[in-house]
Design a protein around this ligand. Structure first.
Ligand code: CP3
Length: 341
């Protein structure tokens, strides 16, 4: 049994004393103790070493006491396990030297044995569970197939992901084969993570909002739906689609336990579009953590009133920015813990 089960109760739609809180990308770059580890070990060493990954996972919990931890890792460990080379270049981000551009490239992509290739993730989960000592739940995650395709085809981050979209629109069969291979791998990976001990899983569709609603259904949503179908009886599934407010209606009927919302959608609209009954998670503008702490607290309290304290998980609308002062992150978490209906 988990001592603080606010997060799991909110995912289950139960009434709570106050909403639970965690922050997307909470383990990382804005924390001085993380920067100390970063100085000594490169990115994938941090991901692949269970001692380091579990330590980084619990760092924000020790400091702020969130209601859930998220395993330190990256969405790009999945393409790596599929035999697609991924580098993390300092001050640049992900770089894939051999991007996928043809059906022949797709044919070479491997569906791996996740327990072998991603064994280090399962070990990091076991070690993190020990460190958390049943105090709070642990979230496991994966990128959506579409968001992973974006990196695999584009070869790097992008404001438009034009090459990824061109690939989908000019070679749809190859694109669908790649999306299916990623989906099959992701399902096996998330099942293994649940087996290893995570209490919930989140699918990050960070670039879903790049697609039109029609293209979203074809190139992103149908694959996320497969993941939900395969996982929902094993663990609660959270779907976060950045810029995907238009899909909230379909998402609400999918079997997902909760839906992420970004800050461009009001609480009222998000409740309306999702039918008013499913747990929502979000949606503080990450840049608003640059406001003074007192203002952050007022805005968070208002956000909880707007969403309502039940069927709600307080979070940011996307990942925390590296330049957020630690005391501002603390104000965000404290405001939720101090919330009284
Ligand atoms: O709380 C956490 O931070 C958990 C760990 C986590 C990381 N990446 C660590 C990381 C999570 C949940 C992710 C998810 C991720 N990775 C996403 C989806 C969420 C989102 O923000 O949209 C995406 C698109 C990626 C791909 C990725 N990884 C990018 C674009 C970058 C470079 C830019 C950046 O965010 O800093 C990374 C590198 C990365 N992943 C870092 C961290 C802490 C920074 C690099 C480093 O520490 O050396």
């Amino acid at each position: 049994m988990i001592k603080n089960d606010l997060f799991l109760r909110a995912l289950n739609g139960e009434n709570v004393e106050r909403p639970p809180v965690w922050m997307m990308r909470q383990a990382g770059r804005y924390l001085p103790e993380f920067m100390e580890i970063k100085k000594k070990y490169d990115f994938f060493t941090r991901c692949q070493t269970p001692e380091l990954a579990s330590e980084i996972t619990v760092q924000p919990i020790r400091r702020f006491g969130m209601d859930a931890a998220i395993l330190f890792s990256d969405i790009l460990v999945v393409p790596q396990a599929m035999d697609i080379e991924v580098q993390m270049k300092p001050n640049f981000g992900p770089y894939l030297p051999n991007p996928i551009r043809s059906i022949a490239d797709v044919d070479r992509v491997v569906i791996p044995d996740v327990n072998k290739e991603l064994d280090y993730v399962m070990k990091a989960i076991a070690m993190t569970k020990e460190k958390l000592a049943s105090e709070i739940p642990l979230i496991g995650f994966a990128g959506s197939p579409w968001t992973l395709l974006c990196y695999c085809v584009q070869g790097e981050g992008s404001k438009t992901f034009d090459k990824a979209k061109e690939f989908c629109f000019t070679q749809p069969e190859a694109a669908h084969q790649l999306l299916q291979k990623i989906t099959d791998t992701t399902i096996a990976y998330l099942k293994a993570k649940v087996h290893a001990g995570v209490n919930a899983v989140q699918v990050f569709d960070s670039w879903g909002g790049m697609l039109s609603p029609t293209d979203y259904k074809e190139f992103s949503w149908q694959y996320i739906q497969q993941i939900i179908d395969a996982l929902k009886d094993l663990a609660p599934v959270i779907v976060f689609g950045k810029g995907c407010w238009f899909a909230l209606g379909d998402m609400a009927k999918s079997g997902a336990a909760a839906l992420g919302v970004d800050w461009t959608c009001s609480a009222r609209n998000a409740r309306y579009l999702s039918g008013g009954n499913i747990t929502l998670q979000g949606n503080f503008d990450p840049s608003r953590l640059l406001s003074p702490p007192e203002e952050i607290k007022k805005m968070v309290t208002q956000m909880i009133r707007d969403f309502g304290k039940d069927k709600y998980i307080v979070n940011l609308g996307h990942g925390i920015l590296p330049n957020v002062p630690v005391e501002n992150a603390k104000a965000f978490i404290d405001a939720v813990k101090e919330f009284r209906p």
